[in-house]
Design a protein around this ligand. Structure first.
Ligand code: ATP
Length: 277
C-alpha cells in the first residue's frame, strides 16, 4: 500500500493543533566583520509562514544561512531587517516557550542526566509536580528512564542527544528549534533517533524547525522541507511531503520517499555537501 495521502496536515483533525505559528516577514541578516572586512550578508528577504504544530526542515548548501535563520527565530540573534513572530509574540530575545537543540549535546558534565534536564525549570523557578511528571514521561518515551541518575560521560553520543531533546521538551515549549541535532551520529543511531523524535513529536506536536544536511532525514521527518539558495540565503522552494503518518522505517524504501529525496537534491544542486543520499 502506498503511504502517500492527499493531505500533509498532521496531526489529524480530531486533535487540536498545538505549538504556535511562526511568521518571518522580510528577514535579512548582515554580519559586521571585525577588523574592517566586508560585511557578510547571510540571509536576505526571507518570508516564511509555518503552521502551528508543523514539522518543517530547512536544507541548503553549506553557509547559506540556515543557522542564522534558526538563531533569529530563537531570539539569540537580531535580524538586520524584518520581523519574526511566534504566535502573537514578536521575537525580541530568547523565550522559555522556545526549546533549542544544537548539534552538540551541551550537557553539564558534573550533573546527572536528570539534573541536566530539570536545570532550566529549576532556574526559572518552575520545577513543579507537572514538570517532574513530564520529565518522567519523556524519559520513558526517549528510552532513558534507567539512565537518569547517570552522568553524561557514561552515556553514548546518541543517548546524550536524546537527553538534550528531553531537556528542550520538558518545559513544554510551543516551538522546538533543532540545528543539525543528529549530524555527529552514525547513520544507524541517527535513524533510530529520527523515529524517537517522531514519537515525541506525535505525543505532543510542537512547531518544529529542523536543520539538516541529510535530505532523507528531512523528508522522513517533515510536513514540508524548505530549500535555501546559497549565500546570501533565501528560500528557493518549499516542498510538501505528502507521506502518511505515522511513518516508520519501511518508508525509507518507499518509491515516493525516494522521489521526494531526489527532487530536493536536484533543487539544492551540485554545491551541496554532506548529503548521505
Ligand atoms: N558571527 C558571524 N560573523 C560573520 N559572519 C558570520 C557569522 N556567523 C555566520 N557568518 C557567515 O554567515 C553565513 C551563513 O552562516 P550560517 O552558519 O548561518 O550558515 P549555515 O547554512 O548554517 O551553514 P552550515 O550548513 O555550514 O552549518 C556564512 O557565510 C558564515 O560564514
Amino acid at each position: 500500500m502506498s503511504s502517500v495521502m492527499t493531505t500533509h496536515d498532521a496531526p489529524p483533525a480530531t486533535t487540536p493543533p498545538t505549538g504556535r505559528a511562526i511568521v518571518l516577514d522580510g528577514v535579512s541578516k548582515t554580519y559586521d566583520v571585525k577588523g574592517g572586512g566586508a560585511p557578510v550578508t547571510a540571509l536576505t528577504s526571507v518570508d516564511l509562514t509555518l503552521r502551528a504544530g508543523e514539522f518543517f526542515s530547512l536544507v541548503g548548501p553549506s553557509g547559506c544561512g540556515k543557522s542564522t535563520l534558526l538563531n533569529v527565530v530563537a531570539g539569540l540573534l537580531d535580524a538586520s531587517t524584518g520581523q519574526t513572530r511566534i504566535g502573537d509574540r514578536t521575537v525580541s530575545g530568547p523565550d522559555r516557550a522556545t526549546g533549542i537543540v544544537f548539534q552538540k549535546a551541551t550537557l553539564l558534565t558534573w550533573l546527572t542526566i536528570e539534573e541536566n534536564v530539570l536545570l532550566p525549570s529549576k532556574i526559572a523557578k518552575r520545577l513543579d509536580d507537572e514538570t517532574r511528571a513530564r520529565a518522567d514521561h519523556l524519559f520513558e518515551l526517549a528510552g532513558l528512564a534507567d539512565f537518569r541518575k547517570r552522568y553524561p560521560s557514561e552515556l553514548s553520543g546518541g543517548m546524550q542527544q536524546r537527553a538534550s531533546i528531553v531537556r528542550a521538551l520538558v518545559g513544554d515549549p510551543d516551538v522546538l528549534l533543532m540545528d543539525e541535532p543528529f549530524s555527529a551520529l552514525d547513520e544507524f543511531t541517527r535513524e533510530g533517533l529520527n523515529d524517537e523524535l517522531m514519537r515525541l513529536w506525535t505525543d505532543s506536536p510542537k512547531t518544529v524547525v529542523f536543520i539538516t544536511h541529510n535530505i532523507a532525514e528531512a523528508v522522513y521527518l517533515s510536513d514540508r522541507v524548505g530549500v535555501m539558495t546559497s549565500r546570501p540565503g533565501t528560500l528557493k522552494e518549499i516542498v510538501d511531503v505528502p507521506l502518511a503518518r505515522p511513518r516508520g522505517p519501511e518508508l525509507r524504501s518507499d518509491e515516493h520517499f525516494y522521489e521526494l529525496v531526489s527532487r530536493i537534491r536536484g533543487l539544492i544542486g551540485h554545491h551541496h555537501e554532506g548529503t548521505n543520499r
